[in-house]
Design a protein around this ligand. Structure first.
Ligand SMILES: *Cc1c(COP(=O)(O)O)cnc(C)c1O
Length: 400
């Protein structure tokens, strides 16, 4: 079985580039040039130096002793929460900003839901001195004021999108419209392993630094570079793609993908795409997505903003279909228990997204000799208001 993208941009039955005719030149330019540019020695030199000195890589691989005792297995945390800006997203935006410069682009656009990708994009635009425009649903700008303030402080223009449901998919449509109107000077930075080919492959390659480091670090700590399990949460799937990347063709390493069940997969308030999704086209690629019978996207729900996405990237749809990765869905409540658990056991407050991956440990049948690497995609500082509200709510007597 092949898990890398083919010449046509497909992972098995999933992927491709389903884009309006007007967008073809932009995407085609990228498709023709991305591999050549990113493997050029001078590009790699600049990328590696930024990953080290700006992002703070390699991020540690931490043996979580108290967590290991609780689950009776050897559990390592890959500390993406310690990367600059607090999550893995920066690995991709640093790569894409260097690519944009090589392509001669002077203006960057992005879409953002909760604002995390917008912040990671605004950050690298400041770093590179490029103009930055971030499209964000108007409702999201109201829900995520601190991230709007961060982007503005970093010098980005945040455009509130008032069409449709005023959330992520409308922001995406607006970003695509902008790109069509500005094909010469503008690069569109997509934040996950989604979108038309070559984005899923390109973003996976930029995130692959995660598993490249895990291999080396685990070799040093355990005398073997392959763990028994790699566990990661999946929104669009970029942190999981990065954590899985160098293990895709090593079948003895079991891959575990964790989605957000929201209130529960059968409640109508969920984001568990591998359970609820069907084949369709979203964001320019053919993949699994949550949709009605007539193809309208169903609004997802998750307490974690980063997993609140109605599709999964085509790589993950393929990993699901082939059984290469095992998928679990974790509810809002389960994830919040893991936020508290990791805070108390290890002194690490995880992002609510990453806490979904932690909750999967409760569902896996682990042996004491098992070595588990769990990708801690981000830190929980951004989620503090959500966490406080949640804990206050469950402490109230029922019905209040
Ligand atoms: C955005 C985000 C995610 C989800 O995105 P993926 O592309 O699935 O990785 C997960 N964790 C954190 C901390 C995030 O910010």
């Amino acid at each position: 079985m092949k898990y890398s993208v083919d010449e046509r941009g497909y992972y098995g039955n999933y992927g491709g580039a389903y884009i309006p005719e007007m967008l073809y030149p932009n995407v085609e330019e990228l498709r023709q040039k991305y591999l050549e540019i990113i493997y050029e020695p001078s590009f790699q030199e600049e990328l590696q130096s930024l990953l080290r000195d700006y992002v703070g890589r390699p991020t540690p691989l931490y043996y979580a002793q108290r967590l290991s005792e609780k689950y009776n297995a050897k559990i390592y945390l890959k500390r993406e929460d310690l990367a600059h800006t607090g999550a893995h997203k920066i690995n991709n935006t640093v790569g894409q900003i260097l690519l944009a410069k090589r392509l001669g682009k002077t203006r960057i656009i992005a879409e953002t839901g909760a604002g995390q990708h917008g912040v990671a994009t605004a950050t690298v635009c400041a770093l590179a001195g490029l103009e930055c425009v971030v499209y964000m649903g108007k409702i999201d700008t109201e829900r995520q004021k601190p991230n709007v303030a961060r982007m503005q402080l970093l010098g980005a223009t945040v455009v509130p999108v008032t069409s449709g449901s005023q959330t992520l998919k409308d922001a995406t449509n607006e970003a695509i419209r902008d790109w069509i109107s500005n094909p010469e000077d503008t690069h569109y930075i997509i934040g996950s392993v989604v979108g038309p080919h070559p984005y899923p492959d390109m973003v996976a390659r930029f995130q692959a630094v995660i598993s490249e480091e895990i291999k080396q670090q685990l070799q040093e700590k355990e005398g073997r570079s392959n763990p028994d399990y790699v566990v990661a949460c999946v929104g669009g799937g970029s942190n999981a793609a990065g954590a899985f990347y160098h293990y895709l063709n090593e079948p003895e390493v079991k891959l575990v993908a964790v989605e957000a069940a929201g209130h529960g997969v059968d409640t109508g308030f969920s984001a568990a795409t591998s359970v609820l999704g069907t084949l369709g086209v979203i964001h320019g690629s053919k993949t699994l997505l949550m949709q009605t019978e007539d193809g309208q996207i169903v609004e997802p729900h998750s307490i974690s903003a980063g997993l609140d996405y109605p599709g999964i990237g085509p790589l993950h749809a393929h990993l699901w279909e082939t059984g290469r990765a095992k998928f679990y869905s974790i509810t809002d409540d389960e994830s919040m228990q893991s936020v508290v658990l990791l805070s108390r056991l290890e002194g690490i407050i995880p992002a609510i997204e990453s806490a979904h991956a932690l909750s999967a440990l409760n569902k896996m049948e682990l042996k004491p000799t098992d070595v588990v690497v769990l990708n801690l995609s981000g830190r929980g500082d951004k989620d503090l208001a959500t966490i406080i509200n949640y804990l206050e709510d469950i402490e109230k007597p029922h019905g209040e």
